[in-house]
Design a protein around this ligand. Structure first.
Ligand SMILES: Cc1cc2nc3c(=O)[nH]c(=O)nc-3n(C[C@H](O)[C@H](O)[C@H](O)COP(=O)(O)OP(=O)(O)OC[C@H]3O[C@@H](n4cnc5c(N)ncnc54)[C@H](O)[C@@H]3O)c2cc1C
Length: 397
């Protein structure tokens, strides 16, 4: 007897960056998709997101990039400064250089714009379906499919892709031992009006200011109409944060920047309405795959934000998953393990390098002097060359 149609669909738990990317990548192959998303409605709030060429190249192929035109800003590069002296240490050039070198731009976007563009493209596939307000709680599988238990009842499908993010509920069904640990840092985020930015910091650049126990990142989004500001500090807070919704007092943040040069310190002082988020990390999982269930994005391999790559890794995951599925006649039982093997090395390296960068950003004393010396003597070309492994990624690799 033919299976009911719903049982041939792939289920995706989580309609964030990874879940919608997977919906597009599989939708392009004609696979029916049902996304189970816990929130009732997607929020228009949220932070900025930097999208390296490794991500934008894929988004371009999917038709997502064209929907960001006029909203995302093409980044000219990263200007790295010492927060304590206000001195420029080095630049990493993107702009035309990134386009020529990697075949795709480096973009600065509002997360809500990216999310909306992903959703519009996913919806353009007739087999796409999303159920909002549907929190996935656990799953059970049998040789012919997967049953996901949600708050609204059971949903059956042929396979399951767990994309329910950092605080995944499904991860523990894949690896019972998985436990997030607090990294000892919090990220504070806000928007500021370009008129409140010091003149010297205007332009389509990411400003990255390094300091002891703190660093600061700012970049324009929405055609330059808003500046996304993120301040990361060493702090023992460690509360679970599910979104940028925890209001935070600037009084707790400003002292971290008290000894900073007035140029970058002004950015922190001029900002209000901070939200904060604890940064958690996860030791590598023993496995991401169980039969016809696999995980992508932050569910499988959360990345600390110091290389701005967590979302990009989720997008890459989706593209690679689609490629490997197509090589195995769309059979999840055959494809999901090779998918995990294909991704584990790259995501582990990105995770390791992100953590290492975070340590370098917060160096103090002689280590700081040494870091600054090295950065001052590096050419823009040599700094970019060190990132070729990251930005030069090809889905067929
Ligand atoms: C401060 C900071 C800055 C960052 N900057 C960058 C950057 O510049 N560039 C970059 O590439 N990355 C960046 N990241 C990382 C990036 O945000 C994440 O890696 C990315 O969002 C992961 O995508 P995801 O789909 O795995 O998870 P998410 O995008 O978090 O999506 C998870 C989705 O699942 C839903 N959900 C949760 N639980 C359930 C459930 N049980 N059932 C159903 N649905 C559920 C959620 O509502 C959400 O929609 C940054 C992260 C932080 C903290």
């Amino acid at each position: 007897m033919p299976k009911p149609k719903s049982e041939n669909q792939f289920l995706i738990a989580g309609g964030g960056i990874g879940g919608l990317s997977a919906a597009i990548a599989l939708g392009r192959m004609g696979i029916s998709i049902r996304v189970l998303e816990s929130t009732e409605k997607f929020s228009d709030e949220g932070a900025g997101i930097q999208l390296g060429p490794n991500a934008t190249k894929i988004l371009e192929q999917w038709g997502v990039l064209e929907r960001l035109a006029g909203k995302a800003v093409v980044s000219e590069g990263v200007a790295i400064g010492d927060g304590l002296t206000g001195q420029l240490l080095a630049t990493v050039p993107f702009g035309e250089t990134a386009q020529e070198r990697y075949g795709a731009p480096f973009l600065l976007a509002h997360r809500a714009d990216l999310h909306r563009a992903l959703l519009e493209v996913a919806r353009s596939y007739s087999g796409f379906n999303i159920k909002m307000g549907c929190e996935a709680l656990s799953f059970q599988q049998s040789p012919d499919g997967v049953t996901v238990t949600t708050r609204n009842g059971d949903v059956r499908g042929r396979a399951l892709i767990a994309a329910d993010g950092l605080w995944s509920r499904l991860r523990r069904d894949i690896d019972r031992g998985a436990a997030l640990t607090f990294s000892g840092r919090t990220a504070w985020r806000t928007w500021i009006d370009p008129k409140d930015m010091p003149d010297a910091l205007h332009g389509s650049w990411t400003g990255l200011w390094l300091g002891k126990k703190a660093h600061l990142v700012h970049y324009p989004v929405r055609g330059g109409k808003k500046i996304n500001v993120v301040a990361v500090i060493d702090e023992r807070w460690g509360s679970r944060s599910d979104g940028w919704n925890h209001e935070a007092e600037a009084d707790q943040l400003v002292p971290y920047y008290a000894e900073w040069d007035s140029l970058p310190a002004q950015v922190v002082r001029n900002a209000t309405a901070w939200r904060k988020w604890s940064l958690f990390q996860l030791p590598p999982l023993r496995a991401w795959t169980q039969g016809s269930v696999t995980a992508i994005g932050d569910t499988a391999h959360p990345v600390l934000p110091y290389l701005a790559q967590g979302g990009a890794m989720a997008i890459e995951d989706a593209a690679v998953l689609a490629r490997i599925l197509s090589e195995h006649d769309n059979d999840p039982w055959q494809a999901f393990r090779p998918f995990e093997s294909a991704r584990i090395g790259r995501t582990a390296r990105t995770s390791y390098e992100s953590r290492r960068m975070g340590n370098i950003y917060h160096m103090g004393g002689p280590m700081r002097m040494m870091r600054n010396f090295v950065l001052r003597h590096r050419s823009p070309e040599s700094l970019l060359k060190k990132l070729d492994w990251l930005y030069g990624f090809e889905v067929s690799d």
